[in-house]
Every structure is written in structure tokens, then in C-alpha cells.
Design a protein around this ligand. Structure first.
Ligand SMILES: O=C(CO)COP(=O)(O)O
Length: 257
């Protein structure tokens, strides 16, 4: 049984003090439920204030938005896995399409980052997704498969036990044009089949695959209606307490809690 995950990727939004106000309100509005896991990924500078505001034992988990593959050293401007752990993170988002497109991250680098996450017990949320041109050229499955094989190369089933994959079509991110469930589900199936082929059916059945790209309170239920879609990675709609809390509530409703 895969417990659905609703994760909010704040991207480069909110100062530490704005973040504290936000999570105080979110903790009041979002009713905790064991049926749906909730995670937020504030910018690095807000992690400490969010962690302190939520307090120990909060039902809202924390994720970093990125990390460096080394634990420490001369890497100006970078943040390591032990630093994220120390600030209360259980998760880290890796391979986001904005990291790939704007910062030139390739699968081989994402692989090293995944290794750092696994080494330190941070659960990675690995993002994959095709561009509009790639989809229109009928290359979606090939692109997703290549990204997964490249970034997951060399990892064992034991490593993958803590992996979450997020399918985020690049053309759906921040555009207000979400994929339809009919477009997303076959890609989720492709991802699950690859996990089965390359690792095991236990890994394939146990790995959560989220959908991301213009998820809103209006469309989240249509994604979660499919057994293939184990939650959502939310961008814009996670920045307001009302909309993120209602996405969480809708996910809980889907699971009957
Ligand atoms: O990139 C995303 C989450 O990681 C999705 O962003 P939007 O929900 O704003 O499209």
C-alpha cells in the first residue's frame, strides 16, 4: 500500500519570516491524517524558521529543494545533505526541470546527488519530465526512461526503497496547463514498468509516483482518482495556505480519511 504524498515546492519564494507565518497558519488549517503524507520544500534560508515553528513531531514533513553531492568542502554557495538533515529535512527534491534547464543539471550529476541523499538517509523526490517538443515528437517514454536510467544508474533495490518519483511534464509547470490524467497515467505506467524491469516488482509496487505541473484544488482529485498517481508535487498552488490546505484535504478525502 502506497501512502499518498502531497508535497509543496516553494521554489524561490518566501523569506524566513513569511515562511514562519505561513506554516503557523497551515498547521492550523491542514488536519493531520495518517492516510496522506504532507511535505513542504521551503528555500534553504527558511528551513530553520519553518522547522522551529512546526516543532518536533509535526505531521508536516520538510524537504530541501536541492543539495550538493559532497558532504562539505570548497563549494561556494552550495548546501549538503548533512546540512539539510540538521535542519530537520527528511526529503530532498532532486532533478527538478528548473535545475535541469536553468542550471544545466545532467543525469550524471543528479545520480551523484541521489547517492548523497541515500548515504545520509534523506528520501529523494526525483523529478523527471519531457518538454513540449519531445512530447509532440512522440519521445515522452524515451525521455523519461533515459532520465530514470541515467540518474538511477548503479543503485540497488535497498537504495530505491526510499525513492519517490515525480512526473512533471515541463510544458505543464507554471503554465496553468496541467496534463490530463489520460496523458499522465501512461507515463506513470512507463515509470513503474521500468522500476520493475531494472529492479524488482517490490520496488515498482512500493515506489510512489507523483504528478506535478499546474496542480490546483480544482484538478487534484482527477489525478488522485487513478491508482497510478500516488500524490502531487505542487508549485504555485502551494504558496497560499487556503489552496494548499484544500489540496491536502481533497487528497485525504480520496483515501476516505
Ligand atoms: O514545478 C512544480 C513543482 O515542482 C510545479 O509547479 P506548478 O504547480 O506551479 O506548475
Amino acid at each position: 500500500m502506497r501512502i499518498p504524498l502531497i508535497a509543496g515546492n516553494w521554489k524561490m519564494n518566501k523569506t524566513a519570516s513569511e515562511a514562519a507565518t505561513f506554516v503557523r497558519e497551515l498547521a492550523q488549517k491542514a488536519i493531520p491524517s495518517p492516510a496522506v503524507e504532507t511535505v513542504i520544500a521551503p528555500p534553504f534560508t527558511a528551513l530553520d524558521s519553518v522547522h522551529r515553528t512546526l516543532g518536533l513531531g509535526s505531521s508536516i514533513g520538510l524537504a530541501g529543494q536541492n543539495l550538493h553531492w559532497e558532504d562539505h568542502g570548497a563549494y561556494t554557495g552550495e548546501i549538503s545533505a548533512p546540512m539539510l538533515k540538521d535542519l530537520g529535512c527528511q526529503y530532498v527534491i532532486l532533478g527538478h526541470s528548473e535545475r535541469r534547464a536553468i542550471f544545466g543539471e545532467r543525469d550524471a550529476v543528479i545520480q551523484k546527488k541521489l547517492a548523497a541523499a541515500f548515504r545520509h538517509g534523506l528520501k529523494p523526490i526525483l523529478c523527471v519530465g519531457e518538454s513540449l517538443g519531445e512530447r509532440e515528437a512522440g519521445r515522452t517514454a524515451e525521455i523519461i526512461t533515459g532520465q530514470l536510467k541515467g540518474s538511477l544508474a548503479g543503485f540497488t533495490a535497498t537504495h530505491l526503497a526510499t525513492l519517490t518519483v515525480a512526473y512533471e511534464p515541463v510544458w505543464a509547470i507554471g503554465t496553468g496547463k496541467a496534463a490530463s490524467p489520460e496523458q499522465a497515467v501512461p507515463v506513470h505506467q512507463t515509470i513503474r514498468q521500468l522500476l520493475q524491469q531494472e529492479w524488482s516488482s517490490t520496488i515498482a509496487q512500493g515506489t510512489r509516483i507523483l504528478y506535478g505541473g499546474s496542480v490546483t484544488p480544482q484538478n487534484v482529485a482527477s489525478f488522485l482518482a487513478s491508482d497510478e498517481i500516488d500524490g502531487a508535487l505542487v508549485g504555485g498552488a502551494c504558496l497560499q495556505v487556503e489552496s494548499f490546505a484544500s489540496i491536502i484535504a481533497l487528497a485525504q478525502k480520496r483515501t476516505g480519511h
